[in-house]
Design a protein around this ligand. Structure first.
Ligand code: GUN
Length: 293
């Protein structure tokens, strides 16, 4: 079997195009546009690149972005004061504090300061708590897991009743992903570095979400034939055949997996573009709620 490739880049482009039209219509109707505040602390190059692409995506859609770049030496109280200012600013509909924060800062305290109504990353402990409870929908769902769910839905995957394995238990991806799949009636197993016989666990799965951050760790012969594979990993590995000397790979050995899976996301061009599309979508949702629309 050769797997269907789930084209996240194309799906994200479609979502962004629809959002651009919606933003234009909202501007017409309200005389305002949605606003996203980004808070970047320190000089982590990956975080700088992520925030810059998020702001660029906002600009393309007509969403206003407010960039706040703070030194790694900022104090906890000053960072929380910045968040409170953004909470009070009516032009800001979403607040994104890029993670990880530099050492010494209390991440949970910062995330708890974000107004629930502006928590477009869905990382506020109350939103995460609600996501993990039955019948208590959060105001926002974290962007990467929401992007994965959107890819599954777009590919017509039956989630209800499916056996899903999430490999990785981070607060940003694995934990909210497992909750989201469970809320869609999948039977979910969360695997991690202490899991015994990981290949056997993965082999049970109709849906595999790989979010471990280890290049090509999940092999083709770990998969149940026909399984749907969502690869969240973005790992740079050496490749002498490339001009740059390196290339990006996921957490799944793509070439092997595509021979066994029913459908699979590529890296790059799978989950990555969806994260930003979902952030934009959450920001537009927040704007509409703020305006009673
Ligand atoms: N760091 C890695 N992914 C994310 C994300 O989706 N949002 C934020 N705020 N930080 C991140």
């Amino acid at each position: 079997m050769t797997a269907t490739i789930i084209d996240g880049k194309a799906i994200a482009a479609r979502i962004r195009a629809d959002l651009a039209l919606e933003v234009a219509a909202l501007r017409e109707k309200t005389g305002r546009v949605p606003g996203l505040a980004t808070v970047l602390v320190g000089e982590n190059p990956a975080s700088q690149a992520y925030v810059s692409s998020k702001r660029k995506a906002c600009a393309e859609l007509g969403i206003e972005s407010f960039g706040h770049e703070m030194p790694a030496s900022i104090g906890q109280a000053d960072l929380e004061a910045l968040v409170r200012d953004l909470n009070a600013n009516p032009a800001v509909n979403g607040i994104l504090v890029q993670l990880p924060l530099p050492g010494g800062l209390d991440e949970e305290a910062v995330l708890s300061t974000i107004s629930l109504e502006k928590d477009v990353d869905g990382f506020h402990p109350i939103n995460i708590g609600r996501l993990n409870m039955k019948g208590r929908p959060p105001l926002f769902v974290p962007c990467t897991p929401l992007g994965c769910l959107t890819l599954l839905e777009d590919a017509g995957v039956h989630i209800s009743g499916a056996d899903a394995v999430v490999v990785g238990r981070s607060n940003i991806v694995g934990i909210p992903m497992a909750a989201l799949l469970r809320n869609h009636d999948a039977t979910v197993t969360v695997c991690h570095s202490r899991t015994r016989d990981l290949p056997a666990k993965v082999r049970q799965a109709d849906i595999v979400v790989a979010a471990i951050g280890r290049p090509e760790m999940i092999r083709g012969d770990w998969l149940k034939p026909g399984a749907v594979v969502i690869d969240v990993g973005i790992n740079r590995i050496a490749d002498a055949s490339k001009k740059s000397g390196s290339r990006l790979v996921g957490d799944v050995a793509f070439e092997e997996a595509r021979e066994v899976a029913g459908a699979i996301t590529p890296v790059p061009g799978g989950v990555g573009p969806m994260t930003i599309a979902m952030l934009l979508q959450n920001t537009v949702t927040s704007f509409k709620r703020a305006h009673g629309l």
